[in-house]
Ligand binder design. Structure first.
Ligand SMILES: Cc1cc2nc3c(=O)[nH]c(=O)nc-3n(C[C@H](O)[C@H](O)[C@H](O)COP(=O)(O)OP(=O)(O)OC[C@H]3O[C@@H](n4cnc5c(N)ncnc54)[C@H](O)[C@@H]3O)c2cc1C
Ligand SMILES: *[C@@H]1O[C@H](CO)[C@@H](O)[C@H](O)[C@H]1NC(C)=O
Ligand SMILES: *[C@@H]1O[C@H](CO)[C@@H](O)[C@H](O)[C@H]1NC(C)=O
Ligand SMILES: *[C@@H]1O[C@H](CO)[C@@H](O)[C@H](O)[C@H]1NC(C)=O
Ligand SMILES: *[C@@H]1O[C@H](CO)[C@@H](O)[C@H](O)[C@H]1NC(C)=O
Ligand SMILES: *[C@@H]1O[C@H](CO)[C@@H](O)[C@H](O)[C@H]1NC(C)=O
Ligand SMILES: *[C@@H]1O[C@H](CO)[C@@H](O)[C@H](O)[C@H]1NC(C)=O
Length: 537
């Protein structure tokens, strides 16, 4: 599917082979647009994929991949230009012309960035929107798949299942998440205990580097190939496509969700879960989903804990395993449902287990204002600690807040911290994702403050030195780059949280492949000597 470089792109590479000391050209997107049509092999086709605010469909194109209303208001800074390439060869002129005109580009695949960095910024910028680059080829024999960056995870799962019901992929649970951002940031889902992260299963990639060259694993070299598998794509290149190693899944998996409220001993069961969930058989992943509800008995507020489980096997094997490992949950045969792995992707995302077509739907239902933060837990939280957490969930702002506890162990314990840039492996019992949702734009500060208070409350109970974070759960609260040059020391503040010591290697790779810091954003990896980027130039 992916084309070999055309004459045009070879010519282009030639053109781009200019020296690093380009002179500062005039500003404005008119020059950028002019440059684009000049450098494109087919200016008519380029004009079909370029949108400025003058185009009537500009706003709908921009909105299409916005997944968080926090970044969809009238005051949200918007791009000067949006480009939606339909061929790889249309990307190279964008990079060339953005460089020529000192414009920042934001690459957008699925648009799920939790801080909106793929489509908003305080600096003038252009969106390179890969929504139309979404081909997926599955090779059942070799158990591999090439997937273009703009494809969404649901499409990948669907295309795999179309060809085989015993192959799967260990990616995220939300079907509309894009392959470009997700896999370059790590990526985990219900198969994490058995198979680790999405990025652990990348065996090749196609990218366009800062010089406009299309590279694969061999031509980019192992360091850059390492960096884009968990270091975040946006610091290094434009990811065009991934080659993935698919994984075996049984014909039948088993799912169940057991719900307990505080009145039903939820605190004790969660407390116990912390000691065992990471040691379960790696076919067994019991996730915990927590929110506040009105009790069905008396209407009083309570905490509801859902033990949502995927087991890679049939119910006959699951029941004795649960009886032996987690009797406190009291699992019964009638709680369980057997289904195919592909059906379980619907179940885990709380969709009706029916038609698979919803996996192909790029329109996400129920888009809200929300904020997510994350933590890693390395020591069991005391019952007191849990009770204090519930207390926060009884506060007014938490009406629609939720938490997800994802058990680690299994494959996550086997890989080394430096195998890929994502470092949070052995030593973690589970990971927490806290989210709060709301409707009214004006109320945002209140909800943001609530989740920040919650995060402060959790400080003594979670990973320390550094308090770990996950780049795919991007959180600008933990630190941002300057608009001008950012020092290594400053970026280290958030860099070590996301990457631990891998941050140092990411900086080295960045310095080598993008010394002028063209690929940058509010939380990109800085090069060591960014003398080319004075005042953003
Ligand atoms: C509702 C929801 C559910 C989620 N569920 C999960 C989950 O189950 N597991 C999990 O691990 N994460 C999950 N996430 C987080 C998700 O993995 C990250 O937000 C991820 O980065 C999104 O990728 P994207 O392509 O959709 O986003 P985008 O916003 O398009 O991109 C995210 C970042 O990557 C950069 N980028 C995107 N494409 C490219 C590219 N082709 N080349 C270079 N850089 C690129 C962007 O510039 C941006 O910085 C979820 C997020 C949301 C909003
Ligand atoms: C946007 O408007 C310009 C100027 O009118 C036009 O040339 C271009 O084709 C339009 N873009 C799209 C995608 O229609
Ligand atoms: C985009 O979303 C914003 C916020 O939801 C809304 O105000 C605007 O009308 C939308 N624009 C389009 C074209 O859908
Ligand atoms: C509550 O859970 C704890 C720990 O799992 C268990 O020891 C206790 O017996 C349970 N109590 C009830 C009433 O079920
Ligand atoms: C829960 O109860 C409160 C007041 O008793 C009510 O305002 C709220 O809407 C209820 N929430 C749900 C989800 O039913
Ligand atoms: C896709 O999902 C959205 C949101 O749930 C829904 O409104 C729309 O009808 C769906 N489209 C199709 C083709 O099913
Ligand atoms: C975090 O967990 C919630 C469930 O509490 C889930 O709905 C949401 O998609 C998750 N967020 C991310 C960014 O993974």
């Amino acid at each position: 599917m992916m084309k070999t470089p055309s004459i045009c792109s070879i010519l282009f590479a030639f053109l781009v082979h200019f020296s690093c000391s380009w002179t500062v050209s005039s500003h404005g997107h008119d020059d950028f647009l002019q440059c684009l049509s000049l450098k494109s092999n087919d200016p008519t086709s380029i004009s079909n994929i370029v949108y400025t605010p003058e185009n009537t469909s500009y706003l709908s194109i921009l909105n299409f991949s916005i997944k968080n209303l926090r970044f969809a208001s009238e005051t949200t800074p918007k791009p000067l230009v949006i480009i939606t390439p339909v061929h790889e060869s249309q990307i190279q002129p964008v990079i060339y012309c953005a460089k020529e005109n000192d414009m920042q580009i934001r690459v957008r695949s699925g648009g799920h960035d939790l801080e909106g960095l793929s489509y908003t910024s305080e600096v003038p910028f252009v969106i390179l929107d890969l929504v139309n680059l979404r081909e997926i080829n599955v090779d059942v024999e070799k158990k591999t798949s090439w997937i273009q960056a703009g494809a969404q995870l649901g499409e990948l799962y669907y295309r795999i299942a179309e060809k085989s019901r015993t192959l799967g992929f260990p990616g995220g649970v939300c079907p509309t998440v894009g392959a470009g951002g997700h896999i370059s940031g790590g990526g985990y889902g219900a198969l994490i205990r058995k198979y680790g992260l999405a990025a652990d299963h990348v065996i090749d990639a196609r990218i366009i580097d800062v010089n406009g060259r299309i590279l694969d694993r061999k031509s980019m070299g192992e360091d850059l190939f390492w960096a884009i598998r968990g270091g975040g794509g946006s610091s290094f290149a434009v990811i065009l496509a991934w080659k993935l190693q698919l994984v075996d899944v049984p014909k039948k998996v088993t799912v169940f969700t057991i719900v307990r409220t505080l009145e039903q001993n939820a605190t004790n069961i969660v407390h116990r879960w912390q000691y065992i969930a990471h040691k379960f058989d790696e076919d067994l992943a019991v996730r915990i989903f927590i929110r506040r509800v009105n009790s069905s008995h008396d209407g009083k507020r309570t905490i509801q804990v859902s033990f949502q489980t995927l087991f890679l096997g049939d119910v006959d094997r699951l029941l004795p395993l649960m009886q032996q490992s987690f009797p406190e949950l009291g699992l019964q045969r009638e709680d369980c449902t057997e289904m195919s792995w592909i059906e379980s992707t619907l179940y885990i995302y709380d969709l009706p287990v029916g038609s698979l077509d919803v996996l192909l739907n790029r329109t996400q239902a129920n888009i809200r204002h929300f904020k997510t933060k994350a933590d890693y837990v390395q020591k069991q939280i005391s019952k007191n600690g849990l009770e204090g957490l519930w207390k926060r969930f009884f506060e007014e702002e938490a009406e629609e807040a939720e938490m997800l506890f994802v058990p680690y162990g299994g494959r996550m314990d086997e890989l080394s911290e430096s195998a890929i840039p994502f470092p949070h492996r052995a030593g973690n019992l589970y990971k927490i994702n806290y989210s709060v949702y709301w409707d009214e734009e004006e109320a945002s500060e209140r909800y943001l403050n609530w989740i920040r208070r919650l995060y402060n409350y959790m400080t003594p109970y979670v990973s320390k030195f550094p308090r770990a974070a996950y780049i795919n759960y991007r959180d600008l609260d933990i630190g941002v780059n300057n608009k001008r040059d950012t020092s290594y020391a400053q970026a280290s503040i958030w860099g070590f949280k996301y990457f631990k010591n891998n941050f140092n290697k990411l900086v080295r790779v960045k310095t080598k492949v993008d010394p002028s810091n063209f690929f940058r954003n509010e939380q990109s990896i800085p090069p060591l000597y960014s003398r080319w980027t004075k005042n953003g130039k």
